[in-house]
Design a protein around this ligand. Sequence first.
Ligand SMILES: Nc1ncnc2c1ncn2[C@@H]1O[C@H](COP(=O)(O)OP(=O)(O)OP(=O)(O)O)[C@@H](O)[C@H]1O
Length: 256
Amino acid sequence: MNRRQPLLRVEQIEKYYGNQGAVTKALDRVSFQVETGEFISVMGASGSGKTTLLNCISTIDSVSAGHIYLEEQDITSIPEDNLAAFRRDHLGFVFQDFNLLDNLTLEENIALPLTLHRLPPHEIDSRVHKIADSLQLGDALGKFPYQVSGGQKQRCAFARAVTGGPNLIMADEPTGSLDSNAARILLEIMSERNRKSNATIIMVTHDPFSASYASRILFLKDGKIFNEIIKGEKSRSVFYHEILDVLSVLGGERPC
Ligand SMILES: Nc1ncnc2c1ncn2[C@@H]1O[C@H](COP(=O)(O)OP(=O)(O)OP(=O)(O)O)[C@@H](O)[C@H]1O
């Protein structure tokens, strides 16, 4: 049989925090799969387990039970000493607060993963300029993070996340610190990268507008998958209203 395997398989994962006295069940038998080229959003009220799920998939946190497979490799059993190399080689990260290195220019920040991959300098230079141009960052490459806007910082973080060609891009509230215009530009860029380069993205967000750029949305409630909706051929605006409907049933926050 030659059936294509999913890129990511999350199987019955559980995550507990604390000890016998006070245990929090942050994830409760969560299972789902992600195909290459999907743009998944994870939504849910505060405390529903979104960040815990992202942290388990990205190996930043360990699962209490269950397994996660990336391209058939069980990443829950990677030895501690090999995790940094695994993350470097397979994952790209975008965080709400950018996580850029303040004493490096945007160009140096974007080049960092390529430097860690030990690419030759001319190759690094050419890749950094190509990605920077496509993310409208060309003019800002020589500046430091404190000299540019939040939107430029987050586009730089996204460039850094994708430039090494990761299997999976993990974004935790990437628009959370941006104004609506910068958020829209970033989401358009993420969406284009997903469509044109077949990049696979998992994005945690509270924001239904951001989530409407995804192709599929998983809703968490109390650590469990409560619902899943697929954009399909619907317009983004129809999908946005569908998201609001699920959120109102879920009883989570509504957008202002
Ligand atoms: N390090 C930790 N120690 C103890 N409990 C934790 C820890 N991290 C998360 N939790 C608990 O696990 C549950 C899920 O938290 P998580 O941060 O994953 O939720 P979330 O949906 O991302 O919330 P938010 O939207 O507020 O960021 C919550 O009850 C939280 O208090």
